[in-house]
Write a protein that binds this ligand. Structure first.
Ligand SMILES: [Zn+2]
Length: 120
């Protein structure tokens, strides 16, 4: 009987120590918030980098088709449609920045309507 009472008393004492204080909870929430912020920033940055790389790749493909067109027909194509008509582009790549297929040819090089032409 005496041991039971002692256990109950011990349990009661332990249960008082089990909760978290407000400061501990706020610290945990703060740390989780910081981690989520970092993850969001890294995700956004990787999405941006992926779009840039895809855009560069698309422009390289179009520039390659322009080079083939120039070698084959000895003239510069007027627009992207000319490349497709000549069978050099099966389909137009989509600019991941704008979500459109708006590419133009200026002085024998491809540009996206978003103004991207920054690959070396
Ligand atoms: Zn772009």
């Amino acid at each position: 009987m005496g041991a039971r009472t002692r256990l109950r008393g011990k349990r009661g004492a332990l249960s008082d120590e089990h909760g978290f204080t407000l400061v501990e909870l706020m610290t945990a929430v703060f740390i989780v918030g910081i981690l989520l912020l970092i993850a969001t920033l890294l995700y956004t940055r990787s999405i941006s980098a992926t779009r840039r790389i895809t855009c560069k790749s698309n422009l390289r493909i179009i520039d390659g088709a322009i080079s083939v067109y120039e070698a084959r027909f000895e003239s510069t194509p007027d627009d992207i449609d000319t490349l497709k008509t000549a069978g050099l582009l099966r389909k137009f790549p989509v600019d991941p920045h704008t979500g459109n297929m708006d590419y133009s040819i200026v002085a024998g090089r491809a540009y996206s309507e978003g103004g991207h032409q920054d690959y070396p």
